[in-house]
Design a protein. Structure first.
Length: 366
């Protein structure tokens, strides 16, 4: 987690809008469950999923800043910040809000703390909004790098309906209120990162950074009935830097079916597998996964839920299995493509566990 020294560039002009595809929500949900991909309908509604621009590229005529039009929601793939996918920056339970609580993670080169505000700790479901920020910011940066737009700034202006559609949630009045509550928790949940690195002269450099899961938000319009219609969200500096610095953003794609994972532990395991296993394999002990999840339940209860997830074996992209290990039970996370290759190898009488082309890069942890 790095903190940028750039100051945010807020845009004063009113956001414009672009037309995107939105169809009957029951059709969208039905098509998604069957295909794993959002379906497309007629382009009839407007959305204001906007990112401000920072004017990094010179504009024609003057140096005025312009709102950045993000492509339609169906064209934006879901992405997550890579750097902290192996720890839970949120609570994995729905019931316990853990207001004022803290989760501490010891890492090889320091530690990370997740501190909750008075509204409660952000949940893994609240974090869907952060996924939306990262996804749209990454898309905007890709367009900028291709010369198709200006570099995006840190201000994101979605309509609440767009957030609900991105997160595969229904468009009811209760959900509108829940988005505002989720934004309160995201802003109040502070991520403190402490890293120690050795310098060439033998001295240890200690870096401390602290920022919320979102920097701030504001309600910028309401409907005639008083419901929140659209909001303005400021992307935290550490996420902005990871996406915009360098030639390629430090993000990983997330399968759209991620939003259909019902348990918080299941969602965390998918994020862990995506970061650690990638297209291959990773092995983590139940104990380490429990510690990295920040779960408030006992290890026994956590292991029971984890075994149910393994038995169901329905996480997108990955096959899960349990094996015995020196430190207790181990979770094997294997990409489905690598698992298929493994089955082919076994069927042809070759040593089990070998994979064509070195598809497995076994990353052990814990």
């Amino acid at each position: 987690m790095q903190v940028s020294t750039e100051s945010p560039d807020l845009v004063d002009k009113k956001p414009t809008a672009n037309c995107v595809t939105h169809e009957d929500q029951s059709q969208r949900r039905g098509a998604y469950r069957h295909t794993g991909q959002p379906c497309q309908g007629n382009r009839s509604r407007e959305t204001a999923s906007l990112l401000s621009t920072d004017g990094s590229r010179s504009s024609e005529g003057d140096d005025a800043q312009f709102d950045f039009l993000v492509p339609s929601l169906v064209d934006v793939g879901t992405r997550d910040s890579r750097s902290l996918m192996d720890v839970a920056l949120f609570r994995v339970s729905k019931g316990k809000k853990r207001a004022g609580g803290m989760i501490h993670y010891n890492l090889p080169n320091g530690y990370v703390e997740v501190k909750a505000g008075p509204d409660g700790m952000a949940s893994v479901w609240d974090y869907d909004i952060v996924l939306m920020l990262v996804s749209h910011l990454t898309e905007a940066m890709n367009r900028y790098r291709d010369g198709k737009g200006k570099k995006p700034g840190r201000v994101f202006r979605p309509r609440i309906g767009d957030i609900l559609r991105f997160c595969r949630k229904s468009n009811g009045s209760r959900q509108f209120a829940e988005v505002e509550a989720a934004l309160d928790r995201l802003q109040g949940t502070i991520i403190k990162s402490v890293r120690e690195t050795s310098r060439f002269d033998g001295r240890v450099l200690r870096t401390v950074e602290s920022e919320g899961l979102i920097s701030s938000y504001a309600v910028i319009s309401r409907t005639d009935t008083g419901r929140v219609a659209s909001v303005e969200i400021e992307v935290p500096k550490w996420i902005y830097k990871e996406v915009t610095d360098g030639k390629r953003p430090d993000v990983l794609t997330v399968d759209p079916a991620y939003f259909l994972i019902s348990t918080g532990i299941g969602r965390f395991v998918y994020r862990l597998a995506r970061q650690a296993a990638g297209k291959g394999q990773a092995r983590w002990s139940f104990q380490t996964i429990y510690e990295r999840s920040g779960s408030a339940s006992s290890l026994k209860e956590f292991s029971r839920i984890l075994r149910k997830i393994v038995a169901a074996n329905d996480l997108p992209d990955y096959v899960l299995r349990e094996e015995a290990g020196q430190r207790g039970p181990q979770l094997i996370m294997l990409h489905r493509k690598a698992a298929f290759d493994e089955l082919l190898v076994g069927a042809n009488g070759v040593v089990d566990g070998a994979v064509f082309g070195g598809a497995i890069s076994d990353q052990a942890c814990g």
